[in-house]
Write a protein that binds this ligand. Sequence first.
Ligand code: TXA
Ligand code: MG
Length: 313
Amino acid sequence: MTIFLPNEQNIRAAVDLLKAGELVSFPTETVYGLGADALNDAAVQKIYALKGRPSNNPLICHVPSIEKAQEIAEIDARAYEMMHHFWPGSITFILPLKAKSGVAKTVTAGLDTIAVRMPNSGLARRLLEAVGRPIAAPSANLSTQVTATTPMHVEKYFKDLFILADGQCSGGLESTILDLTVDVPTILREGLVTGRELSHILGQEVEVVAESKLLKAPGMMKLHYSPNLPVRLNVTQPQAGEAFITFGPVVGHYEGAYHLSPHGNLQEAAHKLYDALHMQDRPTDFTGIAVMPIPDEGVGRAINDRLRRAVGI
Ligand code: TXA
Ligand code: MG
């Protein structure tokens, strides 16, 4: 099994596999997911085994509507308003797990909270509608390695997987994660939906979680998104032998450089970031990967967060 175009027949095949407790990779607007029926414990366990993911790192449940989210999470007025405003979209909400939701314990790693998201990708929503069950899906990469934003990235990690393909993800970074189980809503992972947008709709400043408190999202371990080659940040002049990832205008010519956005557009850089890390990660050609400074504002905060984790700082 490998890469399948998103036609009716292949979508049906993906639905049948998911219903039968098998894994399927599918695109969302953020990154490619590795999906399983969230109500089927044995199926969810396959995700942890295939990714090499620690069992204490819970998964996000994907749903096609707020109504479906209501079957697995407790949604109060504040959460409803946020969903209504930001869904479908690149944001995951942490909410109290609904009693008797039927969600496998392995999905939430035994926590009494659950992460839910309604993706914006039309294909993902068609798939979710057709399956009729919440789909647990982490990003479709081996644990701690670089996230997949194209079908080829997914195939690099998982040769025997059914990959429903729809080109390169438009967003390119994992969803923002907002914890709504606390009085002051707290961002556990930055993403394309920024703190400023969230605060605006909430009518209250959101907090960004301190690194020391990240046990709440055990997946936020420091070394993550890591290529094989060492990564150096804030480099304006790469060393001989280093691959270069640039942002904004570049003076001079650097052989084999990957330009994230010559015009300095942060959305474009987010869209391309993981592809750049995949492309430049060639130990036979380079000694390391040097990355130009990226402004730490708006979406740049999420980009820098992923880059710091790629380095392990
Ligand atoms: O964009 C995305 O969010 C992608 C696509 C496929 O939807 N998914 C994704 O999943 O990035 P993953 O597994 O790579 O990251 C999920 C994060 C983990 O860091 C995990 O710790 C956190 O969500 N998480 C899940 N359930 C949680 C919970 N109940 N409380 C706190 N954090 C939770
Ligand atoms: Mg991930």
